[in-house]
Design a binder for this molecule. Sequence first.
Ligand SMILES: Nc1ncnc2c1ncn2[C@@H]1O[C@H](COP(=O)(O)OP(=O)(O)OP(=O)(O)O)[C@@H](O)[C@H]1O
Ligand SMILES: [Mg+2]
Length: 250
Amino acid sequence: MSETNSSPQIICISSGKGGVGKTSFTINLAAALAGKARKVLLIDGDLGLANVDIMLGLNVTHTLREIVEEGRDPLEILVEVMPGFFVLPASSGVPEMASLSYEEQAFLTESLEQIIGNFDFVLVDTAAGVGDSVLWFNNWAGRNFTILSPDPTAMTDAYALIKIMKTRYQKTEFHLIINNVKSRKEAQEVFANMSAVLENFLGVKPCFQGAIPQDSAVSMAVRRQKPFLVAQPQARASLAVMEICNKLLA
Ligand SMILES: Nc1ncnc2c1ncn2[C@@H]1O[C@H](COP(=O)(O)OP(=O)(O)OP(=O)(O)O)[C@@H](O)[C@H]1O
Ligand SMILES: [Mg+2]
């Protein structure tokens, strides 16, 4: 693999609440960026319940666990999904991986930093919640994407995550993605509500990164184990992810 960039953009995708669409979005953003000739590394940061490999129908032999436990070179673990789109798979059902010690986290970050210079973008799909791994992946990343849906609990959980990142790690820049919306108007309303709360209580002014409509192409693609952007490039969700991708590249 040739060297492309010594400092890629590291983007962490989190939500607080589970099941709001982090993994679906991240896989498709990676496919969109790769389609624009960028080299992308998608790290499955859901260390206890990994499912990037399942959603992509990958045959995985090695996982991120071996980096931590055996010191394996991360380059040996990468799986190429399509030209320019690589996945670093994690393991599922290994509770120790979900609660790495401080030393293990530092070792993992150090190992990852040795390979990320090969990529233009590093995307980290994190677990739900505000556990240790979610927080340190978010702290490691240069850019923080927070996904929420119009569901009030998704909004309160996204707020809780942003509050922790601001108070504990002094992060102040957050990019919001509103998923599963019925209309642009609904996305604008959710963003306006969330912005008002973040500004009032935390002094944080979030950026609107984009919105993704509720679309059966998304759940169909999960079942078919293919990115919806590839299976149905003209679907409304695909066009929305392309818009987010173009905004990122602008
Ligand atoms: N825009 C959308 N339209 C329709 N269905 C969606 C949309 N986004 C996500 N979904 C569905 O929601 C479910 C959860 O998505 P996904 O696994 O990506 O969420 P997650 O945030 O990664 O979950 P977890 O917190 O468990 O990791 C999937 O079945 C997916 O098909
Ligand atoms: Mg997920």
